[in-house]
Design a protein around this ligand. Sequence first.
Ligand SMILES: [Zn+2]
Length: 248
Amino acid sequence: MKTKVLSIICINILLFSLFCFSFQEKKIEIIPTKVVNLESRQKVIVIDAGHQKKANTKLEPIGPGAKQKKMKVTGGATGKYTKQKEYDLNLKVAKLLEKKLKAKGYRVIMIRTKNDVNISNSKRAKIANEAKADAFIRIHANADTSSKTNGVLTLCQTKNNKYNKKLYKKSYKLSKAIVKSIAKKTGAKDLGVERTDKMSGINWAQVPVTIVEMGFLTNKKEDKLLATKAYQKKIVNGIANGIEDFFK
Ligand SMILES: [Zn+2]
């Protein structure tokens, strides 16, 4: 009888330690899986500082296989009051955004880090496609015939875009989140999301894309504000928060 009880106890102890051992084993397995998941979750953001110092007036199709052509890349607008060059302002903001997003843990790829480059709009989109960007952010500043026009807006494709309509919903969500967030951070007028299929850099994109028009270089107040680092930082905070909202 005693031996029977003893053997039952022994078996129980054995089963219990086996259970503990297998549990520990599982625990060990869980840790590396978590690390892998965290790494694979790192989002890729491609930033394109719009335009460049010297325009490239040669033509390229406005989308894959398109008959309609547009200039490869233009020089952009000039500040009516400050005389700042749009390509230079775009690069300054792009670099501040790069720093901000890296600090938040994103992987950032810059289309250009200097003004003296020659990269067409379709090529810029192809770089974002190859990088499998989770978001392709194109930084620009606006201009209008009326000096009264002011505010921030973003652009994306329409839901009927011939080349990438499947990305419309994501691009719209990205554009909406960013314009809303910039307006909140800067106090600028929220002009919303403009949907267009005329932009080569959008049409060639096979990833979620937005053009950020930070403000009007033809408006006295915005031209002057855009020339200050303090305002550029507000815009960058707005874009970064908008990107985070997009991924939520
Ligand atoms: Zn521009």
